[in-house]
Write a protein that binds this ligand. Structure first.
Ligand code: AMP
Ligand code: MG
Length: 489
């Protein structure tokens, strides 16, 4: 395990041509203090967790001191925002401090979000508020705990910095990590500028850096596009299966690694509602829960178009279909697991759709229902009352549960084993908005960060019952004000 000074950097992105990024130093806050530190992420980069106790730690991760060997830069990209192409975005408030190579030879980008102005800040202030930083920090780790590909969170640092949104708020910086921050929009910017040579350099870079097994195949660029389509299809199926929505599925927020990137507005659905829109600024519901799979398709088409100068037309056309097939199959497999089913039977998809329809009409809590279904007993329907109580339309649930029971019997599915399996497929705890909100309020009002750490710990294992955390599995108290999440962050 290394000290901060001994981290080993290998800044591959900084070696790309000038037009790919802009070198810029972070702008620090006065009096930085660590809000939270995640030792699991520190391990990934070979950093000794004890290092977080040193006073220099906050200085390094608020940009006051530069880690030796880092080469800070803001990456260039463009993107389709809510369906409209914006020719230049880029890191307007996030600065890539550098890339760390760990002892296993893996590389991790260290990116500091909220680190000040860059050439790409446009009208923004280069800052992030503590509120949104806490939301991103916790959700990255909560998704990881659920087994969903995501950026990881190393730490959050705040300081004496007031940031103006609708009102003055404390600012903060988030250090997040992923093997690569390249986005669909990183390709789009060169395509729409007609800089096809840069497009090729970027594709070669991504292959060498993140898809090395493609370096020697025929048609590597087509293979790259197809792998991204597959990974994105798997990702969005996983989001759907846990009831999670990305609030801003613009192409600049789509990772070339197929992982969850850029947590602005997001939400775990509580009461099942296919029209759930987690982003208050998304007035037309473009990124509603049920639209997300189609938006994934749209985004893969946008990436395919951006890569078209490098790839044969038939391969371009195949990418969205590959995405769709993967999304549909992965989702079906995940839902089958959520129901505790083992084999594939005709009619399984309909069993799922019909269940979701009755959940929709009863606004059943998505997570708690599936967790409670673990208790379903095939030979004593009366003992399923607690499950049934989650539905307003009781006969509809009776019909469905009779079909479910038959389906279980058809494969000789045993309750006890099914329960164990389902406990690993249906989380007990999800990052509900009111839980994050409580952590945000304690942090912003009382400078008390204990709740953040409690949640961080809880979500490392959301599948295991934690008896003293029972209240964290409950939906918000009835009658409580809904929490509004928007693009303001
Ligand atoms: P997002 O919707 O958060 O993914 O951001 C879209 C674009 O706006 C990216 O280029 C961001 O870097 C930029 N951006 C968002 N907030 C700010 C800010 N406060 N200051 C500068 N740029 C920002
Ligand atoms: Mg973004």
């Amino acid at each position: 395990m290394n000290t901060l000074e001994k981290l080993s950097f290998d800044n591959t992105y900084a070696r790309l041509p000038d037009g790919f990024f802009h070198r810029v130093q972070p702008t620090p806050f006065p009096n930085p203090q660590v809000v939270s530190f995640n030792s699991a992420a520190a391990e990934l980069i070979g950093l000794d967790p004890e290092e977080a106790k040193r006073p220099e730690f906050a200085e390094y991760f608020c940009g006051a001191k530069l880690l030796q060997g880092s080469d800070p830069l803001a990456m260039l990209y463009a993107g389709h925002q809510f369906g409209h192409y914006v020719p230049q975005l880029g890191d307007g408030r996030a600065i890539l401090l550098g890339e760390i190579r760990n002892a296993k030879g893996e590389t991790w980008d260290l990116q500091l979000k909220g680190a000040g102005l860059t050439r790409f800040s446009r009208d923004g202030d280069g800052r992030a508020v503590l509120r949104s930083t806490i939301r991103e920090y916790l959700c990255g780790e909560a998704m990881y705990g659920l087994g969903i590909p995501t950026t990881r969170s190393l730490c959050m640092v705040s300081g004496e910095e007031i940031v103006w949104r609708e009102r003055p708020e404390p600012g903060a910086m988030l250090l997040r990590m992923t093997p690569s921050h390249v986005r669909f929009g990183s390709f789009e910017v060169f395509f729409y500028r007609g800089q096809f040579n840069n497009l090729k350099i970027l594709a070669d870079y991504v292959i060498q850096h993140d898809y090395p097994h493609l370096a020697t195949v025929d048609n590597p660029y087509a293979q790259l596009l197809h792998e991204v389509a597959v990974r994105t299809g798997e990702l969005i199926a996983q989001w759907q299966a846990v009831g999670w929505s990305h609030g801003v599925m613009n192409t600049d927020n789509m990772s070339i690694l197929g992982l969850t990137l850029d947590y602005g507005p997001y939400g775990f659905m509580e009461q099942f509602n296919p029209n759930f829109v987690c982003n208050h600024s998304d007035h037309h519901g473009r990124y509603s829960f049920q639209n997300q799979p189609d938006i994934g398709y749209w985004n893969i088409r946008a990436l395919a178009k951006a890569m078209s100068p490098l790839i044969e037309e038939t391969e371009i056309l195949a990418a969205p279909d590959l995405y769709e097939k993967t999304m549909v199959n992965t989702y079906a497999g995940l839902m089958r697991k959520k129901l505790g089913l083992i084999d594939i039977h005709a009619g399984d998809d309909k069993l799922v759709t019909d269940l979701l329809n009755i959940m929709d009409s009863s606004r059943t809590d998505y997570t708690n229902f599936f967790r409670s279904l673990n208790q379903f007993q095939q030979d004593s329907p009366n003992s399923n009352a607690k499950i049934k109580d989650q539905f307003i339309h009781r006969e509809a649930f009776d019909d469905w549960s009779a079909r479910y029971c038959k389906r279980l019997q058809a494969e000789n599915n045993q309750d006890a084993e099914r329960q164990l399996r389902m406990n690993r497929s249906n989380p007990k705890y999800i990052l509900r908005n009111h839980l994050v909100q409580e952590a945000i309020e304690q942090a912003t009002r009382q400078n008390d960060f204990a709740e953040i750490d409690r949640l961080l710990h809880l979500f490392t294992d959301p599948f295991t019952e934690q008896p003293d955390m029972e209240s964290y599995a409950l939906p918000p108290a009835s009658g409580s004000e809904p929490i509004v999440v928007s693009c303001s962050s």
